[in-house]
Write a protein that binds this ligand. Structure first.
Ligand code: DBV
Length: 258
């Protein structure tokens, strides 16, 4: 294992990457929580491959960034830039199970047919009011405000239901000026509000008893196993970088709880 990039403010150097300001805002807000580098094997820090056909060639770069804090076991970003083929920020914050906290999840995806945006504070124990109530009470007004300004994203697989909150902000936007304006005026401020609420919850969290921690760990394991198994980026990353590398990225970096 080589050391991760240190948690400097602008760790990702991806030219043309649409989501740079989103990651930068998250990293700058994390500074207050004294981030430590999160170890990531060097092959997963920065990978560029070229492929495709003569008529549809691509050059794709995937970079990862990670840190941990006293309350967050792992914060990691997967950043993909492949020109017209894809531009992606997938950001997940995984709390330590000694704190009763949800996950922060953002999936910001630009593909040739449009943008796909998912934002949520996702529960480890969805049916447990002690885990969800205080979070949802504070997130609901934020969700309601921004949902009203964004088109709905359409149906989500039923099997994913246990892992979403009722405040799952999910939209699909067109490429071009209309989508760009909605990303600037609604998606970005919504992302900042989800992020700030999450970091407030983290700051406020107090350690829980060992028994509770075990329940949270069981819930986190179910969530992480689901996300790894169903990762919607698997096909794309496999085409860009090969399936062996992609499987290791998914299991050993992006969803590495075990
Ligand atoms: N999604 C990931 C990781 C990605 C990533 C680690 C490294 O979990 C990107 C990148 N998501 C990604 C891509 C697509 C999606 C789609 C590339 C498009 C896949 C394609 O059309 O080829 C939210 N993301 C999706 C979809 C959902 C989510 C519901 C649509 C799936 C589909 O149409 O089949 N991802 C899902 C989710 C969270 C999340 C609930 C948490 C906030 O990160």
């Amino acid at each position: 294992m080589s050391a991760a990039r240190s948690s400097s403010i602008d760790p990702i150097q991806l030219s043309g990457w649409r989501w740079a300001s989103f990651l930068k805002e998250a990293i700058s807000r994390l500074q207050a929580q004294a981030p430590e580098p999160y170890p990531i094997e060097s092959t997963f820090l920065d990978k560029t491959d070229r492929g495709g056909s003569a008529s549809r060639p691509f050059e794709a770069t995937t970079q990862t960034w990670g840190c941990s804090t006293t309350k967050l076991r792992q914060v990691r970003a997967a950043c993909v830039e492949a020109g017209n083929a894809a531009s992606v920020l997938n950001l997940v914050m995984n709390p330590r199970t000694s704190y009763d906290l949800p996950f922060f999840g953002a999936d910001l995806v630009t593909l040739p047919n449009g943008h796909l945006i998912a934002l949520d504070l996702q529960p480890a124990l969805k049916t447990d009011a002690a885990h969800t109530q205080a979070v949802w009470a504070r997130l609901t007004p934020i969700f309601e405000r921004w949902r009203a300004q964004l088109p709905g994203g359409g149906p989500i697989p039923e099997e994913a239901e246990p892992f979403f909150s009722p405040c799952f902000l999910w939209t699909r936007l067109p490429l071009g000026d209309e989508g760009d304006a909605l990303i600037r005026d609604a998606v970005f401020p919504a992302y900042i509000e989800y992020l700030e609420l999450y970091l407030d919850l983290v700051r406020e969290a107090e350690p829980v008893a060992e028994e509770r921690s075990q329940q949270l760990l069981d819930g986190q394991r179910r969530y992480t196993a689901y996300r790894a198994e169903k990762d919607p980026a698997r096909g794309m990353l496999g085409r860009f970088h090969g399936s062996d590398w992609t499987e290791r990225l998914i299991h050993d970096v992006l969803f590495d709880l075990d």
